[in-house]
Design a protein around this ligand. Structure first.
Ligand code: K1U
Ligand code: ZN
Length: 175
């Protein structure tokens, strides 16, 4: 397994719609395993393929708390097939938008259809933190970041700071 380099916003790779996977074979299984290792290395609870520069519809999640046994999900082509009218707000973060957090409103419960690690089509109902995380990751597959759910004023402030942080990181260190 390998830890892959993370794509940090702003980056055009995070704005592209990812392409469906034809089937979950050994290549996609390795991608899922590498993404899970990358997610753990970055202390995340989810990761989508565009965040590691891959433009296919693959996501991984582990929604367990620190002291709990792992609750791992590896999904290809996840799609929301039903969403509840009830809306909930949750403070979201993003490995590709480091150091910023904001409340985002989303459907409280969703039904997800996806292809699993064994290439079987499955459906699950998700609520709580799983519902938040899976919707956040599916957004990534559609080129949407959590800051796109905020007002344009808040989004522009964060984007300007991200551009500045990238410029500073690229500057040579003065000797
Ligand atoms: O997709 C990502 O960038 C991963 C992201 C998932 C996510 C976190 C919180 C709400 C919605 C979606 C992260 O894991 S960011 C890191 C983080 O904030 C966090 C990590 C572990 C547990 C709780 C939050
Ligand atoms: Zn994210």
């Amino acid at each position: 397994m390998a830890v892959l380099p993370l794509v940090v916003a702003p980056d055009p790779r995070l704005k592209k719609k990812a392409l469906p996977v034809e089937r979950v074979d050994d290549t996609i299984r390795k991608q899922m395993d590498d993404m899970l290792e990358t997610m753990y290395a970055e202390n995340g609870m989810g990761l989508a393929a565009p965040q590691v520069g891959l433009s296919n519809r693959v996501i991984v999640m582990d929604i367990a708390r620190k002291e709990e046994a792992p609750k791992i999900f590896k999904m290809a082509n996840p799609e929301i097939v039903w969403e509840s009218p009830e809306i909930k707000s949750y403070e979201e973060g993003c490995l590709s938008v480091p150091e910023y957090y904001a409340e985002v409103e989303r459907p409280a419960t969703v039904k997800i259809r996806f292809i699993d690690y064994e290439n079987e089509i499955r459906e699950i109902e998700a609520d709580g933190v799983l519902a938040v995380c899976v919707q956040h990751e599916i957004d990534h597959l559609n080129g949407v970041l959590f800051i796109d759910h905020l007002s344009s004023l808040k989004r522009n402030i964060i984007t300007r700071k991200l551009v500045k942080a990238k410029k500073t990181a690229a500057e040579p260190v003065a000797s």
